[in-house]
Design a protein around this ligand. Structure first.
Ligand code: F6R
Length: 607
């Protein structure tokens, strides 16, 4: 959701900025722009729509001279996606250009004040107040003007600024919105995430809330709000540049689906040592665990569904009550959370605004907090008391796949770890470890054993509604399967707990209504099979998802998806694979923009 980049060096800035913006496209946007310092003036180019149009407008950036600049992709919040509202925004005197991620909550009162002082507004954005404040406070030092400006702002921001008075510099500051500095040789950068930086440098500084940065081609200085220089650690990005490229696949989503055996392996392997689950990053003792009376899991979207699935595993292995709450609800619910609560927050991006707010709420109430996060150095990773990384590598497609399955696997590992702290029989423990170790191979099998998915997508892609049903963990997977279908194929898809059908939903089942029935839980298989019979009696077309060896299902349904024999506790991670592929091929049939579905953003940094 919005992306910013900044560059200062000796090569032409605009092509570098455009390359960076292309890498941020996956975050979601509807307009884009760059501002480049050209001698003593700032040249701005903006477009609505795709970066490709901005590249065309600027001759791939070559038509824009200058070696210092900032760029932006905007996902409209305040004001429609028009050129006027696209960033960068200029000050009235033309000396400053800014790009901004986030939302300024008090912009209306600031706008009124600035209008009263004679400042003229070109856009409807909240952002524009910032550039006029900077102009108003400027007395010869951009850094000082920036500090005075940010003192007036309420909300979230990652800001990039250039100024004609200090033409080789780019300035940056962040508050509750991601911003990373890239340290090059004779050139320096900033960006909303590392994917925009890795083709230029792997040395990065993660800026923290309330920190300001001043970059020239040869220097990077970071300050706090009193102007004191901070000694920041330079981190090295270890993943390969190719990890953020399509590598021959038609879409990032397909590539990321196929990467799941490796991603899950990368999540599990470092946590298994000598046949035991180890979490060096937690440092939890049996006594700590005994003080926990309940676990609350909170997250948004797919991460929330990972939590719904994890609840069954945690409760089953640890016998600790687990509540799962949407972060957007928890933050406003006066939750029953205290120092005896373990609050687990789950987030691929680590930047989801609602999840951050729920985490802060939990901290304030004294809960122990544990974050399951993919993006290194992200806000949630830093805010939580304990952080467990999923190590899935960069996830570029907006619809999460490997992000989700690695979150599931961390929850499984945690459940086994906690159960062991409480005392597990050696034979049970050994069996669980063996089941975990088998998952990467079983995920690969789940990919391989469903060659009919493109054909099934051909059959179902024109449906007006699809229903996903299941019980317990099957139900949690049904929720995620339906979300995948909705977000990328734009088909209406709903998930129901199979036992709930009779209480209303069955009224919607008619001739040829597709029902995707998840039957991967042996203990309640018969119950879901009964539901299959019920919907078939009303004319539904049933696509059943079950274990390869389940003979009974073959006579009950019309079409089939299979998973290998997976430990039923952990089967969600194999079950979701065919559903991801079904959503992918259905979206392909429907000609959708699979990696960048309409209206969606990868990292939802606004409420
Ligand atoms: C769906 C999807 C979203 C995210 C949700 C939370 O495919 O990607 O539902 O799961 O926006 O995002 P994170 O995990 O970054 O907090």
């Amino acid at each position: 959701m919005c992306g910013i980049v900044g560059f200062t060096g000796t090569q032409q800035a605009a092509p570098v900025l455009l390359e960076g913006l292309k890498k941020l496209e996956y975050r979601g946007y509807d307009s884009a722009g760059v501002a480049v310092m050209d001698k003593d003036r700032i040249a701005v180019s903006k477009v609505t729509g795709r970066i490709a149009s901005l590249c065309e407008k600027t001759g791939q950036g070559k038509a824009v001279p200058g070696t210092t600049g900032v760029g932006h992709t905007r996902w409209a919040t305040h004001g429609a996606p028009t050129e006027e509202n696209a960033h960068p925004h200029l000050s009235n005197d033309g000396k400053f250009a800014i790009v901004h991620n986030g939302i300024i909550e008090n912009y209306l009162e600031l706008r009124e004040e600035l209008t009263g002082r004679g400042y003229h507004f070109e856009s409807q954005t909240d952002t524009e107040v910032i550039v006029h404040l900077i102009e108003m406070y400027y007395r010869g030092s951009v850094r000082e003007a920036l500090i005075r400006t940010t003192n007036r702002l309420q909300g979230s921001y990652a800001l990039g600024v250039i100024c004609t008075e200090e033409p080789e510099k780019i300035f940056a500051v962040r508050e509750a919105s991601p911003l990373i500095l890239g340290i090059g040789v004779g050139e320096n950068f900033f960006a909303s995430d590392v994917t925009a930086l890795v083709s230029y440098t792997r040395n990065v500084i993660y800026l923290e809330d309330g920190e300001y940065a001043e970059l020239t081609p040869d220097s990077v200085r970071v300050f706090d709000c009193s102007g004191r220089i901070l000694d920041k650690e330079i981190s090295r990005v270890t993943w390969d540049v190719r990890a953020a490229e399509k590598g021959g696949y038609a879409h990032f989503m397909l590539k990321e689906i196929m990467e799941q055996p490796g991603a899950v392996k990368a999540t599990i392997e470092p946590r298994l040592k000598n046949g035991k689950v180890v979490f060096d990053e937690l440092g939890m003792t049996e006594k700590d665990l005994r003080s926990i009376r309940k676990i609350v899991i909170t997250a948004c979207g797919s991460a929330y569904y990972a939590g719904c699935s994890g609840k069954y595993v945690l409760e089953s292995l640890c016998r600790i009550p687990v509540e799962v709450e949407l972060a957007s609800e928890l933050r406003y619910s006066d939750p029953l959370i205290d120092s005896h609560t373990l609050l687990i927050v789950i987030s691929q991006s680590g930047e989801t605004a609602d999840t951050i707010a729920a985490l802060k709420e939990g901290r304030e109430r004294g809960a122990k907090t544990l974050a399951i996060v993919n993006v290194l150095g992200s806000s949630i990773a830093k805010l939580a008391g304990m952080t467990v990384y999923t190590w899935a590598g960069p996830e570029i497609a907006v619809a999460t796949t490997k992000g989700f399955t690695t979150q599931l696997v961390v929850l499984y590992l945690l459940a086994v770890y906690f159960a062991d702290l409480q005392g597990l029989a050696a034979s049970v423990y050994a069996q669980l470890i063996a089941s975990l170790q088998a998952l990467p191979r079983q995920i690969q099998q789940a990919i391989d054993m469903n060659p009919s998915i493109p054909e099934l997508a051909g059959k179902y892609h024109g449906s007006s509604s699809l229903f996903f049903i299941g019980r317990n963990t099957d139900y949690a997977v049904a929720l995620e399967g339906a979300l995948k279908m909705k977000e990328i194929s734009y088909l209406h898809a709903e998930a129901y707990a199979a036992g709930e059908l009779k209480h209303g939903t069955i009224a919607l089942i008619e001739e040829h209504t597709p029902v995707i029935a998840l039957c991967c839980n042996w203990t309640i298989m018969e119950k879901t099979m009964n539901n299959i019979v019920e919907v078939k009696a009303r004319g539904a077309e049933v696509l059943a998802l079950s274990f390869r060896g389940n003979q009974k299902i073959l006579s009950a349904a019309d079409d089939f998806l299979f998973i290998p024999d997976t430990d039923p506790l952990f089967s969600a991670v194999t079950e979701i694979i065919p559903l991801q592929l079904l959503a992918y091929y259905t979206a392909l049939e429907n000609g959708c923009d699979i990696d960048k579905p309409k209206n969606l953003a990868k990292s939802v940094t606004v409420e």
